[in-house]
Design a protein around this ligand. Structure first.
Ligand code: UD1
Length: 353
């Protein structure tokens, strides 16, 4: 059996690693890794490959940045000859980035079966580019691996046949559990004892001057109570510079490697983010998470976990933060099948198919 994995952007790497490791131990399985090159910076890509012990990609398409249409089209036109040449039995795509939907669309036309890892998540917000990527990828996929029951429900409601859906649990948590011991050993590296860890990169939060200014103003207020440690995504750094916003008082960092970022999450008093994956990691680590979005495609982190949606409401952010500082943080539990074995379950399904 020849499985070809397509990865492109930072959040793909921790999802693919456990599947690659699990399939790597199965007899008769050959694997190929195609990196689209959507993320190309050392600290958004290479360091994740080395920390997650992912073998070097067999092919790097080198697509780089661009508008959504350009980036998606570049992945499509450059992956087609690779798929025709390598003839995989199945292609696995991960998450919801542009590389995911682009590869799925090419496979569908070439009649190569596609498996989607992290299928079925829905924010019901079509202004999010990732929501479009999720819907289209799930429409095209032949096998859909979901992390939680809400994923199955969304797919069934959209008419996906139940035989294609496999609830395997959360692959991100496999990677977290594998590298948590290394994260526990990480030195604090000059980060204060008590801090709020912040990440922001959603276009809806950072691409408009007024929105970004008001979110950063709320963070400056937070910083008066609790030091803000903020690894800044390249998109956000570019916007802060473009809009000339002053954030000198915050503790700004370059994007942080995976193990060091897990260490920061574990030690944080609170995490403030607009990321998808971090809502899940904080739920697992039982660290309070305030999500700067009006919706989430990961509702289980709110209903079962430590996540609270604060939207763009700075008063709600302040109120929730005060609750955390006064010891009234939301206490969550860990969702079923977030147990470190999702990659193994995916390998089991692929072998059976
Ligand atoms: C992408 C994903 C998003 C994911 C995020 C994680 C899509 C639609 N979005 O968003 O779901 O949560 O990755 O980081 O696929 N850039 C660099 N170096 C790089 C890559 C990008 O400097 O290695 C800069 C470029 O200026 C680029 C900008 O970041 O224009 C945005 O990159 P892009 O890949 O388009 O989207 P992300 O915002 O990273």
């Amino acid at each position: 059996m020849h499985i070809l994995h397509v990865v492109g952007a930072r959040p793909n790497f921790m999802k693919a690693a456990p599947v690659l490791h699990a399939l790597g131990t199965r007899p008769g399985v050959r694997q190929t890794i195609v990196h689209t090159g959507q993320h190309y910076d050392q600290n958004l890509s290479d360091v994740f490959f080395s920390q997650l012990q992912i073998p070097a990609p067999n092919v790097n398409l080198g697509v780089g940045s661009g508008t959504h249409a350009r980036q998606t089209a570049d992945v499509m036109s450059s992956i087609e000859p690779v798929l025709l040449g390598r003839k995989p039995d199945m292609v696995l795509v991960y998450g919801d980035v542009n590389s995911t939907v682009a590869a799925a669309l090419v496979c569908a036309k070439l009649l190569i079966p596609v498996g989607h890892v992290e299928a079925g998540l829905r924010s019901f917000d079509r202004t999010m580019p990732e929501e479009i990527n999720r819907i289209v990828t799930d429409r095209l996929a032949d096998v859909l691996f979901t992390p939680s029951a809400d994923g199955d429900e969304n797919l069934l409601r959209e008419g996906v046949s139940s035989e294609k859906i496999y609830r395997v649990g959360n692959v991100m948590i496999d990677s977290l559990l594998r590298l948590l011991p290394a994260a526990i050993q990480c030195p604090p590296n000059g980060v204060p004892d008590h801090f709020a860890l912040v990440t922001l990169h959603r276009p809806s939060n950072v691409d408009e001057n007024e929105t970004l200014k008001s979110i950063l103003a709320s963070l400056l207020t937070v910083n008066e109570q609790l030091d803000v440690v903020f690894p800044v995504h390249p998109r956000t750094r570019m916007r802060i510079a473009q809009f000339g916003i002053k954030v000198d008082k915050l503790h700004l960092l370059e994007p942080v490697p995976y193990i060091e970022f897990l260490a920061l999450q574990r030690r944080a008093t609170a995490v403030i983010t607009d990321s998808g994956g971090i809502q899940e990691e904080t739920t697992y680590l039982q660290v309070p998470c305030l999500t700067v979005r009006r919706n989430t495609e990961r509702p289980i982190t709110v209903t079962m976990g430590t996540n609270t949606l604060v939207g763009h409401d700075s008063r709600k952010l302040a109120m929730e933060l005060t609750a955390i500082l006064e010891g009234r943080a939301k206490r969550g539990s860990i969702p079923p099948l977030w147990d470190g074995h999702a990659g193994e379950r995916i390998a089991d399904v692929l072998q059976k198919l």
